[in-house]
Write a new protein. Structure first.
Length: 635
């Protein structure tokens, strides 16, 4: 039996039991056998959820890029590490071998050093899905700089907020990006953002679309000439297992985005371990995750997890709809993809189109299918299983979060029997529990409650950048001595988990995590708006869509409501990005409030979901009469 690579259900249970009974022995053995350390740890785990403080592999030294690149050079130098598939299907795919990756990462790392970046500095990366994105991430890790990747769909304001929060010293971007038939002026967005970021000293610009852009003298540099002049070797910085590897922002239910800080050693061990097991990766497989590296899925399961296992990982620049709805399947056939990992929202969109887009292609290479980011509904699950997997490839419905760093609850293919809508069982080392609102743990099955984790795991975020207090308040105060996920879950008779959705004011739209507060702040900036409230409602493709209730300062019959609606969405696009646009906007004269002045979102949610006839007791409201009126005005 190998605890690193689980092959059947019996093994899973054996390994799981050991991971709970002897967590330190369990993770210690895996870390020792499968990774390269420059100095061993003194202690595997030290933890205290009341502070909260968690340390894995205390005292150990390593560099994650040696584990992801250098050590494979003995056995896999000419194997493709990253397989780049461009937006335009007529442009040739670009395989990057482990040897080439080593050279390109070292050169990039030397450029960073030459531009004054050293261990501990923060570097913001705002790039499309081109090889420079993965390479710059690894280059930062090579020299111990902390990368903060911002998804290149975020607006200038959102980018500036993130750059300033982490006081990034450098920005890495490109002249622009391709997105289907469109091009996007990324450098223009960066220039606008940097007007309010004095911390950024230099901007490195990759050439992608060959557009004519503004380059600020003394600040902006084209990347390629610097890379060409750089040394092809770069000694990896010696990092402590607990040194931060990266910051990645996620939305909170209130206020500023949270810069989740991930560690080096624990993150490496857990992302690699879960990659191996959840995708059952074999040496010559080609693995493809369609996420963007701007999200945690891309960090853990395009870059670090696959590369730490010496895998071939595909990086796709484009979109599922370009040049037509068959693009995903064309790529599966072309590169003989063995493991395919995507979001339920993409599956739902693809399932709406004609099956001929699927049937044209040979998908027989597929062995494992995955989903991530939101619950997958039964219909989408069956479509995926029948038409893509041909009932022959297990589907892994993987539940996790930016904060958890790696997959937490998921089937292990060929071991765990799958049931649609169930993420099934916790991975080894993960100890989930369900709590009721009074704070009592629900033992026994079935049970439905708030999903918590009661024991540390190696890749958990260690803090929120610059705000440890908020880290504690958000995750460790709702339930004593437990990490609270913000999700609700059901555990069935057999112990399988189904995630039932967020229980806080975060809404998952097309698999993207959006907080209601920043969206409301953007709406309230409109001069005509007095107050607003945003809730989610079910949507065929996006899973959830956004419904905004907006109170205007003057009801002014004369105002053009459609015009106002597009102005509000324009503001949201500028402040956050197009992903946060509202699907429906209802103008109303009041919002249901509690006596302490809190908006009762539960009621607004029900009305938006067309369940307004079933509101329960509303007599405790300050203004119960408003509810009937809101129901009448529904759009
Ligand atoms: C939230 C985390 C982690 C990768 C991408 C999202 C929801 C995630 C599932 C799933 C049901 C899921 C949860 C979670 N979620 N995966 N398989 N089934 N819900 O990361 O942006 O940090 O969002 O996504 O609500 O809390 P994220």
């Amino acid at each position: 039996m190998s605890q690193y690579h689980i092959k059947n259900l019996e093994e899973y249970f054996q390994v799981y039991r050991k991971s709970v009974r002897e967590p330190e022995a369990f993770w210690g053995e895996i870390a020792e056998e499968h990774f390269q350390w420059k100095k061993p740890w003194e202690k595997v785990l030290d933890w205290d959820f009341t502070k909260p403080e968690v340390q894995w592999f205390q005292g150990a030294k390593l560099n994650i890029t040696e584990n992801c690149i250098d050590r494979h050079l003995h056995t896999r130098a000419d194997k493709t590490a990253i397989l780049f598939e461009p937006n335009n299907p007529d442009e040739a795919a670009q395989p990057i071998t482990y040897r080439q990756l080593h050279e390109r990462v070292c050169q990039f790392a030397n450029v960073l050093k030459e531009k004054g970046i050293s261990k501990g500095d923060r570097v913001c990366i705002y790039l499309p899905m081109i090889p420079e994105l993965a390479i710059s991430v690894l280059a930062c890790a090579r020299i111990g700089a902390i990368h903060s990747v911002v998804f290149a769909g975020f607006s200038a304001t959102a980018l500036a907020t993130r750059v300033n929060d982490a006081s990034c010293k450098m920005m890495i971007t490109s002249d622009g990006s391709y997105r289907g038939a469109k091009t996007i002026d990324l450098k223009g967005i960066v220039d606008e953002a940097l007007e309010s970021c004095s911390c950024v000293e230099n901007v490195l610009v990759a050439k992608r679309i060959n557009s004519d852009i503004y380059m600020k003298k003394g600040r902006d540099y084209w990347l390629q000439p610097l890379l060409d002049a750089a040394h092809k070797n770069c000694t990896p910085e010696v990092m402590d297992a607990e040194d931060p590897l990266f910051i990645l922002y996620t939305s909170g239910s209130t206020g500023q985005p949270k810069g989740m800080v991930h560690s080096t050693g624990g993150y490496m061990v857990y992302s690699a371990y879960t990659f191996k097991n959840i995708f059952q990766y074999q040496e010559n497989d080609v693995y493809w995750c369609t996420a963007d590296i701007g999200w945690i899925t891309g960090h853990s399961y395009i870059v670090y997890g696959p590369l730490a296992n010496g895998a071939t990982t595909v990086m796709f620049e484009g979109v599922p709809t370009y040049p037509d709805w068959g693009r995903f399947w064309q790529i599966v056939e072309k590169h003989k993809i063995n493991q395919f990992y995507t979001a339920p929202t993409a599956i739902r969109a693809l399932a709406k189109e004609n099956l001929s887009h699927v049937e044209k292609y040979d998908l027989s290479s597929l062995k494992v299918l995955g989903t991530v980011g939101e619950p997958i509904n039964e219909e989408a699950w069956h479509w995926y299983n029948d038409n893509i997997g041909k009932k022959n490839s297990p589907i892994v419905d993987t539940w996790w979060q930016t904060e958890t760093g790696g997959i937490m609850i998921s089937p292990i293919p060929f071991a765990t029997p799958t049931i649609p809508t169930f993420a099934t069982l916790p991975l080894p080392g993960i100890q989930p529990c369900l709590m009721n609102e009074q704070g009592t743990e629900l033992d026994g099955n079935p049970a439905h409650g708030r999903l918590c984790i009661k024991f540390p795991w190696p890749s958990m975020a260690r803090t929120i950048w610059g705000n440890h207090r908020r880290y504690k308040d958000t995750y460790f105060t709702a339930f004593e001595n437990k990490y609270f996920t913000g999700d609700g879950a059901l555990r069935d008779q057999t112990g399988y988990y189904r995630i039932t959705g967020r229980v806080d004011d975060v809404i998952i739209v097309s698999g993207h995590n959006l907080g209601t507060a920043p969206i409301e702040d953007a709406i309230n900036e409109h001069p005509a708006v007095a107050e607003s409230a945003v809730v989610g409602f079910p949507h065929d493709i996006k899973g959830n869509a956004l419904y905004g209730y907006v109170i205007l300062k003057e009801t002014g019959e004369g105002r053009d409501h459609d015009n106002l609606r597009s102005e509000i969405n324009q503001l949201i696009t500028e402040r956050i990005g197009p992903i946060a646009k509202l699907n429906k906007i209802q103008f109303t004269s009041g919002l249901p409030k509690t006596r302490s002045g809190k908006i009762m979102r539960r009621i607004l949610r029900k009305i938006a979901c067309d369940e307004g006839d079933n509101l329960g007791d509303i007599s405790t409201l300050l203004n119960p009469e408003i509810v009937e009126q809101i129901k009448k005005e529904v759009v």
